[in-house]
Design a protein around this ligand. Sequence first.
Ligand SMILES: Nc1ncnc2c1ncn2[C@@H]1O[C@H](COP(=O)(O)OP(=O)(O)OP(=O)(O)O)[C@@H](O)[C@H]1O
Ligand SMILES: [Mg+2]
Length: 250
Amino acid sequence: MTAVRLREVTVRYERLVALDKLDLTLDEGQCLGIVGPNGSGKSTLLKTVAGLVTPVSGIVEVFGVPPRRLEPGTIAYVPQVEAVEWNFPASVADVVAMGRFPRMHPLSRFSRRDRQAVDSALEALRLGDLRNRTIANLSGGQQQRTFVARAIAQEPRLLLLDEPTTGVDAATEDALLELVRGLVKQGLPVLMTTHDLDRAADWFDRLMVVDRRVLANGDPETVLASGAYAGIREHSHVHGHARTEPGTVP
Ligand SMILES: Nc1ncnc2c1ncn2[C@@H]1O[C@H](COP(=O)(O)OP(=O)(O)OP(=O)(O)O)[C@@H](O)[C@H]1O
Ligand SMILES: [Mg+2]
C-alpha cells in the first residue's frame, strides 16, 4: 500500500519557493532517504508530509488522505535537532511518554501497555540509564535519541526523521540503523533526510536527491553512482535554524 503520495507539490515561504512541483511516493515497508544541499527543502518536505506546512498547490496524501485528516498519532515526526529547544524541566522518560499522548483519552491514565511502549523505546535507544535526567542537560546526540524514542513509543504508522544521525556517534548511528531497519522490515514506512552519503546504501531502499525539485530517485547505489549528488558533499554543512518547538502532528 502507498503510504505517502505527493504530486506536483509547491511550497512557498512568501516569495521563496522551497519546493517546486515535487513528486514523491513512499510504500509501506520502505525506507526512503532524502539528500540535498543546505536549504534545498528537505525539512520543508518532511513538514509538508507531516501536515505542518501547507503547499500552495499540489496534492499531499498520507494513507490516501490529507495528513491533517489522519487519526492523532498516525505520523511521528522527529525534527532536526537544532530546531528543537527544550528549556522546561522534563525528564527523558517524560519526553518519551509524550509519544503516547496523541492516542490517549484526555482523562485516562497511563496503562500497562503505555508503560511497556515507553520502556521498550527507552531500551531500544539505550536510554535506560538516562531516563530520569533532565532533557535540557543532555548532549545533542542524547537529545536526538530521546526524540527518536518518543517517536517509537508513539507506535506510528509513518515515521519521519529529519537528520537523525547528525551529531551522534558511530555506535549510536549503528543502533539507530538497526532499530529503523527492524521497523521497516515489520512494514513501517520511513522518510528520512541525511547528509551522510557514505551510509546511504545501508539505510535506504530508495534514495532521492532533492534541490527544491527531484534531481534523482532510485536505488541508492545507482543514484550515488549517477553523480546527481555531485557537489552536495562539498557544499554541505550543518548550520543553525530558527528555533521552534517540536510540532504536534496528526
Ligand atoms: N519558516 C520559514 N520561513 C521562511 N523561510 C523558510 C522557513 N523555513 C525554511 N525556509 C527557507 O526555505 C528553504 C528550505 O529550507 P529547509 O529548511 O526546508 O531546507 P533543508 O534542505 O532542510 O536545509 P538543511 O540542510 O540546512 O537542513 C531555505 O531557503 C530556508 O531558508
Ligand atoms: Mg533541514
